[in-house]
Ligand binder design. Sequence first.
Ligand SMILES: C[S@@+](CC[C@H](N)C(=O)[O-])C[C@H]1O[C@@H](n2cnc3c(N)ncnc32)[C@H](O)[C@@H]1O
Length: 238
Amino acid sequence: MTNNPQTTVSFDKKPPVKVEEYDKSIRLFCAAYEEMFRISHSCLRARIQKDAKLLIVGAGTGMEVCEFGPLNPGWSFCGVDPSEDMLKLATKNISKNNLTNQIELKKGYVDDLEDSEVFDGATCILVMHFLKDDGGKLALLKSICKRLKRGTPFLLIDGHGQPGSMEFEEIKASWKQYPIIQGVQIESMENAFEEVIMKMIRFVPESRILELLSTAGFTGMFKFYSGFLYGGWIGYKA
Ligand SMILES: C[S@@+](CC[C@H](N)C(=O)[O-])C[C@H]1O[C@@H](n2cnc3c(N)ncnc32)[C@H](O)[C@@H]1O
Protein backbone atom coordinates (compact mmCIF):
# COMPACT_ATOMS: atom_id res chain seq x y z
CA MET A 1 0.00 0.00 0.00
CA THR A 2 1.39 3.41 -0.91
CA ASN A 3 1.90 5.95 1.82
CA ASN A 4 -0.70 8.19 0.26
CA PRO A 5 -0.23 11.87 1.09
CA GLN A 6 -3.83 12.55 0.12
CA THR A 7 -5.11 11.09 3.38
CA THR A 8 -5.44 13.29 6.41
CA VAL A 9 -7.61 11.03 8.59
CA SER A 10 -6.70 7.48 9.54
CA PHE A 11 -9.61 5.31 10.63
CA ASP A 12 -7.05 2.84 12.04
CA LYS A 13 -4.88 5.26 14.05
CA LYS A 14 -7.27 8.09 14.97
CA PRO A 15 -10.83 7.32 13.85
CA PRO A 16 -13.48 10.05 14.12
CA VAL A 17 -15.55 7.51 16.10
CA LYS A 18 -14.57 4.08 17.42
CA VAL A 19 -14.66 1.87 14.36
CA GLU A 20 -16.94 -0.68 16.04
CA GLU A 21 -19.42 2.17 16.69
CA TYR A 22 -19.31 3.58 13.15
CA ASP A 23 -22.45 1.87 11.85
CA LYS A 24 -24.52 3.15 14.77
CA SER A 25 -22.96 6.59 15.01
CA ILE A 26 -23.19 7.47 11.30
CA ARG A 27 -26.95 6.89 11.43
CA LEU A 28 -27.24 9.33 14.35
CA PHE A 29 -25.18 12.06 12.70
CA CYS A 30 -25.66 11.74 8.93
CA ALA A 31 -29.18 12.81 8.01
CA ALA A 32 -31.19 10.03 6.37
CA TYR A 33 -28.06 7.86 6.00
CA GLU A 34 -29.93 4.77 4.82
CA GLU A 35 -32.26 6.78 2.60
CA MET A 36 -29.21 8.55 1.13
CA PHE A 37 -27.95 5.11 -0.01
CA ARG A 38 -31.36 4.20 -1.45
CA ILE A 39 -31.41 7.46 -3.43
CA SER A 40 -27.83 6.81 -4.59
CA HIS A 41 -28.84 3.27 -5.56
CA SER A 42 -31.73 4.65 -7.68
CA CYS A 43 -29.42 7.15 -9.40
CA LEU A 44 -26.93 4.40 -10.25
CA ARG A 45 -29.55 1.91 -11.49
CA ALA A 46 -30.85 4.53 -13.92
CA ARG A 47 -27.37 4.83 -15.43
CA ILE A 48 -25.69 1.45 -15.17
CA GLN A 49 -26.24 -1.67 -17.23
CA LYS A 50 -27.10 -5.04 -15.67
CA ASP A 51 -23.54 -6.38 -15.84
CA ALA A 52 -21.15 -3.82 -14.49
CA LYS A 53 -18.07 -3.54 -12.35
CA LEU A 54 -18.18 -0.66 -9.90
CA LEU A 55 -15.37 0.99 -7.96
CA ILE A 56 -16.31 1.81 -4.37
CA VAL A 57 -13.88 4.36 -2.98
CA GLY A 58 -13.76 4.33 0.82
CA ALA A 59 -15.76 1.12 1.17
CA GLY A 60 -15.79 1.58 4.96
CA THR A 61 -18.01 -0.98 6.67
CA GLY A 62 -19.55 -2.14 3.40
CA MET A 63 -22.76 -0.12 3.22
CA GLU A 64 -22.53 0.52 -0.55
CA VAL A 65 -22.27 -3.16 -1.35
CA CYS A 66 -24.98 -4.13 1.15
CA GLU A 67 -27.38 -1.60 -0.44
CA PHE A 68 -26.50 -2.01 -4.15
CA GLY A 69 -25.63 -5.72 -4.23
CA PRO A 70 -28.85 -7.64 -3.51
CA LEU A 71 -31.02 -6.13 -6.26
CA ASN A 72 -28.24 -6.10 -8.85
CA PRO A 73 -26.81 -9.61 -8.99
CA GLY A 74 -24.97 -8.77 -12.24
CA TRP A 75 -22.98 -5.99 -10.61
CA SER A 76 -19.60 -6.71 -9.08
CA PHE A 77 -17.64 -4.38 -6.87
CA CYS A 78 -14.06 -3.48 -6.10
CA GLY A 79 -13.96 -1.72 -2.74
CA VAL A 80 -10.82 0.16 -1.74
CA ASP A 81 -10.12 1.55 1.69
CA PRO A 82 -6.87 2.19 3.59
CA SER A 83 -8.39 1.13 6.94
CA GLU A 84 -7.90 -2.46 7.96
CA ASP A 85 -10.33 -2.07 10.86
CA MET A 86 -13.13 -0.71 8.67
CA LEU A 87 -12.53 -3.43 6.09
CA LYS A 88 -12.81 -6.12 8.77
CA LEU A 89 -16.31 -4.85 9.56
CA ALA A 90 -17.09 -4.61 5.84
CA THR A 91 -16.11 -8.26 5.42
CA LYS A 92 -18.49 -9.23 8.24
CA ASN A 93 -21.42 -7.10 7.03
CA ILE A 94 -21.00 -8.28 3.44
CA SER A 95 -20.82 -11.89 4.49
CA LYS A 96 -23.95 -11.53 6.67
CA ASN A 97 -25.77 -10.34 3.53
CA ASN A 98 -24.39 -13.21 1.41
CA LEU A 99 -22.69 -10.79 -0.96
CA THR A 100 -19.12 -12.03 -0.64
CA ASN A 101 -19.08 -13.32 -4.23
CA GLN A 102 -19.90 -9.90 -5.61
CA ILE A 103 -17.06 -7.95 -4.00
CA GLU A 104 -13.32 -7.79 -3.86
CA LEU A 105 -12.07 -5.64 -0.98
CA LYS A 106 -8.62 -4.09 -1.29
CA LYS A 107 -6.75 -2.40 1.52
CA GLY A 108 -5.25 0.75 0.05
CA TYR A 109 -5.98 3.68 -2.18
CA VAL A 110 -7.34 4.11 -5.70
CA ASP A 111 -3.77 4.83 -6.81
CA ASP A 112 -2.75 1.34 -5.67
CA LEU A 113 -5.03 -0.32 -8.25
CA GLU A 114 -3.43 -1.77 -11.35
CA ASP A 115 -3.58 0.65 -14.29
CA SER A 116 -5.39 -2.05 -16.23
CA GLU A 117 -8.35 -2.01 -13.80
CA VAL A 118 -11.20 -0.06 -15.40
CA PHE A 119 -14.76 0.34 -14.18
CA ASP A 120 -18.32 0.95 -15.38
CA GLY A 121 -19.05 3.39 -12.57
CA ALA A 122 -17.73 4.59 -9.23
CA THR A 123 -18.88 5.99 -5.91
CA CYS A 124 -17.02 8.04 -3.33
CA ILE A 125 -19.31 8.46 -0.32
CA LEU A 126 -18.26 10.48 2.76
CA VAL A 127 -14.54 10.24 1.91
CA MET A 128 -13.20 13.22 -0.07
CA HIS A 129 -14.12 15.72 2.65
CA PHE A 130 -11.30 14.30 4.82
CA LEU A 131 -8.77 15.57 2.27
CA LYS A 132 -7.44 19.09 2.17
CA ASP A 133 -8.14 21.27 -0.84
CA ASP A 134 -4.41 21.62 -1.41
CA GLY A 135 -4.33 19.23 -4.34
CA GLY A 136 -5.51 16.23 -2.28
CA LYS A 137 -9.19 16.41 -3.26
CA LEU A 138 -8.33 16.95 -6.93
CA ALA A 139 -5.78 14.12 -6.98
CA LEU A 140 -8.38 11.71 -5.59
CA LEU A 141 -10.99 12.72 -8.19
CA LYS A 142 -8.46 12.50 -11.04
CA SER A 143 -7.36 9.09 -9.93
CA ILE A 144 -10.99 7.84 -9.88
CA CYS A 145 -11.70 9.42 -13.27
CA LYS A 146 -8.64 7.75 -14.80
CA ARG A 147 -10.09 4.32 -13.92
CA LEU A 148 -13.55 4.87 -15.41
CA LYS A 149 -14.64 4.07 -18.95
CA ARG A 150 -15.78 7.15 -20.89
CA GLY A 151 -19.43 8.05 -20.32
CA THR A 152 -19.80 5.98 -17.14
CA PRO A 153 -21.31 7.48 -13.98
CA PHE A 154 -19.59 8.84 -10.90
CA LEU A 155 -21.44 9.50 -7.65
CA LEU A 156 -19.98 11.69 -4.92
CA ILE A 157 -21.35 12.44 -1.44
CA ASP A 158 -19.32 14.90 0.58
CA GLY A 159 -19.42 17.65 3.17
CA HIS A 160 -19.72 21.10 1.65
CA GLY A 161 -20.24 24.72 2.63
CA GLN A 162 -18.30 27.81 3.63
CA PRO A 163 -17.53 27.67 7.37
CA GLY A 164 -18.29 31.00 9.04
CA SER A 165 -20.87 32.04 6.46
CA MET A 166 -24.37 32.76 7.77
CA GLU A 167 -25.81 29.90 5.72
CA PHE A 168 -23.24 27.39 7.01
CA GLU A 169 -23.75 28.34 10.65
CA GLU A 170 -27.56 28.26 10.30
CA ILE A 171 -27.47 24.79 8.74
CA LYS A 172 -24.96 23.59 11.33
CA ALA A 173 -27.25 24.75 14.16
CA SER A 174 -30.13 22.74 12.67
CA TRP A 175 -27.87 19.72 12.03
CA LYS A 176 -26.85 19.70 15.70
CA GLN A 177 -30.46 19.06 16.67
CA TYR A 178 -30.57 15.88 14.52
CA PRO A 179 -28.56 13.63 16.88
CA ILE A 180 -30.21 15.24 19.91
CA ILE A 181 -33.73 14.35 18.81
CA GLN A 182 -32.47 10.78 18.47
CA GLY A 183 -31.31 10.74 22.09
CA VAL A 184 -27.63 11.76 21.86
CA GLN A 185 -26.62 13.76 24.96
CA ILE A 186 -25.87 17.45 24.34
CA GLU A 187 -22.24 17.19 25.56
CA SER A 188 -21.51 14.21 23.30
CA MET A 189 -23.13 16.00 20.39
CA GLU A 190 -21.10 19.21 21.01
CA ASN A 191 -17.91 17.17 21.24
CA ALA A 192 -18.72 15.27 18.05
CA PHE A 193 -19.41 18.49 16.15
CA GLU A 194 -16.72 20.82 17.41
CA GLU A 195 -13.90 18.35 18.09
CA VAL A 196 -14.54 15.81 15.36
CA ILE A 197 -16.76 16.95 12.47
CA MET A 198 -15.56 20.58 12.30
CA LYS A 199 -11.89 19.64 12.74
CA MET A 200 -11.73 16.60 10.48
CA ILE A 201 -13.98 17.63 7.60
CA ARG A 202 -12.36 20.00 5.11
CA PHE A 203 -15.49 21.79 3.92
CA VAL A 204 -15.42 23.66 0.63
CA PRO A 205 -18.35 25.44 -1.05
CA GLU A 206 -20.49 23.53 -3.53
CA SER A 207 -19.15 25.73 -6.36
CA ARG A 208 -15.61 24.49 -5.53
CA ILE A 209 -16.76 20.84 -5.49
CA LEU A 210 -18.28 21.31 -8.94
CA GLU A 211 -15.10 23.02 -10.16
CA LEU A 212 -12.95 20.15 -8.83
CA LEU A 213 -15.23 17.58 -10.50
CA SER A 214 -15.04 19.39 -13.81
CA THR A 215 -11.24 19.82 -13.61
CA ALA A 216 -10.85 16.13 -12.82
CA GLY A 217 -12.75 15.19 -15.98
CA PHE A 218 -16.40 14.78 -14.97
CA THR A 219 -19.36 16.35 -16.73
CA GLY A 220 -23.13 16.75 -16.34
CA MET A 221 -23.01 16.73 -12.55
CA PHE A 222 -26.24 17.49 -10.69
CA LYS A 223 -27.18 17.45 -7.04
CA PHE A 224 -29.48 14.61 -6.02
CA TYR A 225 -29.21 14.75 -2.22
CA SER A 226 -28.79 17.31 0.48
CA GLY A 227 -28.71 16.54 4.21
CA PHE A 228 -27.61 19.57 6.24
CA LEU A 229 -23.94 20.07 5.23
CA TYR A 230 -23.64 16.86 3.21
CA GLY A 231 -24.45 16.90 -0.49
CA GLY A 232 -24.64 14.24 -3.18
CA TRP A 233 -23.85 14.76 -6.89
CA ILE A 234 -23.90 12.41 -9.86
CA GLY A 235 -22.54 12.85 -13.37
CA TYR A 236 -20.34 11.13 -15.93
CA LYS A 237 -16.75 10.74 -16.96
CA ALA A 238 -16.44 13.11 -19.94
C1 LIG B 1 -16.86 8.08 6.80
S1 LIG B 1 -16.24 6.55 6.18
C2 LIG B 1 -17.40 6.26 4.85
C3 LIG B 1 -17.58 4.79 4.59
C4 LIG B 1 -18.72 4.46 3.63
N1 LIG B 1 -18.45 4.98 2.31
C5 LIG B 1 -20.03 5.01 4.17
O1 LIG B 1 -20.57 5.92 3.56
O2 LIG B 1 -20.48 4.54 5.22
C6 LIG B 1 -14.80 7.06 5.30
C7 LIG B 1 -13.95 5.89 4.80
O3 LIG B 1 -13.03 6.39 3.82
C8 LIG B 1 -11.78 5.78 4.03
N2 LIG B 1 -10.75 6.68 3.44
C9 LIG B 1 -10.10 7.72 4.00
N3 LIG B 1 -9.26 8.28 3.11
C10 LIG B 1 -9.39 7.57 1.95
C11 LIG B 1 -8.78 7.66 0.66
N4 LIG B 1 -7.90 8.61 0.35
N5 LIG B 1 -9.16 6.76 -0.28
C12 LIG B 1 -10.08 5.81 -0.01
N6 LIG B 1 -10.69 5.68 1.20
C13 LIG B 1 -10.34 6.55 2.17
C14 LIG B 1 -11.68 5.62 5.54
O4 LIG B 1 -10.73 4.65 5.92
C15 LIG B 1 -13.12 5.24 5.89
O5 LIG B 1 -13.32 3.85 5.88
